[in-house]
Ligand binder design. Structure first.
Ligand code: HEC
Length: 134
């Protein structure tokens, strides 16, 4: 009788494990097929003149006080320093960059980066410059 209940217990365990296995594989369905317009994540190159104007503003607004634009020495950064912006043009979308310059807080709570009260033209230019960094 003891032996029988061991076997019954074992059987229940096997059934339980296989059911669990099935259930967990159902929870991770394969990714849905991507839409054609989502296939190329690389944004178009910004207008070079606009990007050049933006590079000037990047200096004028003193973004350089906190940001390097090449792969720099991370260890040499101060506590408030922002991340190196090399490659940012492929990392963030245009919409993200625009909104983050105006106010970084919705993106990064307690960001030490100030919001910049730039006008539309300035914003277009700075974002074009950032998008050229790839
Ligand atoms: C006082 C220092 C400071 C200044 C000035 C500053 N930033 Fe930042 N910036 C930061 C910090 C810190 C972060 C990281 C936290 C965050 O994402 O907000 C950051 C993040 C960013 C990011 C996102 C980087 C990433 O990898 O996600 C961009 C883009 C950026 N800054 C652009 C600018 C531009 C353009 C200016 C000038 C108009 C500027 N910053 C001025 C400190 C600064």
């Amino acid at each position: 009788m003891v032996r029988l209940s061991i076997w019954v217990g074992f059987g229940l365990l096997v059934v339980g494990l296989s059911t669990f296995g099935c259930a967990s594989s159902e929870e991770t369905p394969s990714e849905p097929a991507e839409k054609a317009e989502d296939m190329n994540p690389i944004p178009p190159e910004p207008d070079p003149e606009l990007a050049a104007a933006g590079e000037k503003l990047f200096s004028e607004f003193n973004c350089k006080a906190c940001h390097q634009v090449t792969g720099g020495d991370e260890a040499a950064r101060g506590p408030e320093d922002g991340p190196d912006l090399h490659g940012i043009g492929l990392k963030r979308t245009q919409a993200w960059l625009r909104s983050h310059i105006l106010n970084p807080r919705p993106h990064t709570v307690d960001s030490p980066m100030p919001g910049f009260a730039v006008n539309e033209d300035q914003l277009d230019a700075v974002v074009a410059y950032l998008q050229s960094l790839r």
